[in-house]
Design a protein around this ligand. Sequence first.
Ligand SMILES: C[S@@+](CC[C@H](N)C(=O)[O-])C[C@H]1O[C@@H](n2cnc3c(N)ncnc32)[C@H](O)[C@@H]1O
Length: 312
Amino acid sequence: MQQLVEISDLITAVDPHTGHRLPVQRAEVLRQLRESGDKRAARIVAGLPMDQDGVLDPYTVDRLLISVHTELQRLSEELRIGERMLHVLGPLFAAIRATAGQAGPYRLVDVGCGLGYLVRWLATTNALGPDVELVGVDLDATLVGEADRLAHAEGLDCRFVHGNAFDLPEAATVYVSTGVLHHFRGPALAEFFQAQAASPAHAFCHFDIAATRLAPVGAWVFHRARMRNPLGRHDGVVSALRAHSDETLLRAAAVPGIHALLYEPRGAVNPFCTTLRPIIGVRPQFEAPLRRALGRDARRIVGPEHLAEAAR
Ligand SMILES: C[S@@+](CC[C@H](N)C(=O)[O-])C[C@H]1O[C@@H](n2cnc3c(N)ncnc32)[C@H](O)[C@@H]1O
């Protein structure tokens, strides 16, 4: 079967231990894309400049990724990612404040923050309150640098750190992410959740594309209409095709010490309206307070034991 890959995952590489950037051979990226049967992606990468040793020009790659992430920020604004995250995070922090037995400050860490749109939106709106410190982490040092530059330009109270989701550089009260989960395949998905469960964090809340049958078509229309960059358009559609199913997410997130809950599972909502929805993980003592803080919206969350019921 065809293993679709996102171009952005292939054109940069980082040593997982040191975090240092590694050279990427264009021919190697082309080989992988052709092997996956993705001729369009291979054509896009074949147009990228390389040096005399066949290494992709890092400056061009960085400019390209910043430009694609800038377009991605426009999508996030349109999809009201900040408001949607807040819809869950507001009640989650209320539950933590009421239950944790420990006063703030608390810390929210956005893993795979890219240009830091979510963290900067939360800082601009001060929506979570002054007792929540806002931090973004990303594997890509250039994106982290750009996120930091934007936050300074906007005079925001938040910070950005270069680091790996599997070796978390920042402790958090709550870990969040947007559009990141589908990048982790096979055992890496559960390892992503395990890294957070092994930390002192009280909860996580990760938004990603809902794997509905309409998601790839929706992603095509949306990225065609809103993105100019061929790489962004390509990766946008591939990410919808790679979206994890509700079952895969619930299984992977059910790591020791965490109760996994899915917000708006596939069977329970109109597929025309669902774009991104979160998988939430809470320490058991926070589940009942979270449900109380969510009020009527608590009906929208299901655990693994009720997933089949919700789909009926
Ligand atoms: C599709 S982008 C989403 C960016 C941002 N969250 C947004 O919604 O605009 C995925 C991001 O995850 C980052 N990423 C991928 N693997 C990572 C890892 N192991 N640790 C930290 N960040 C990672 C990438 O560098 C990229 O910025």
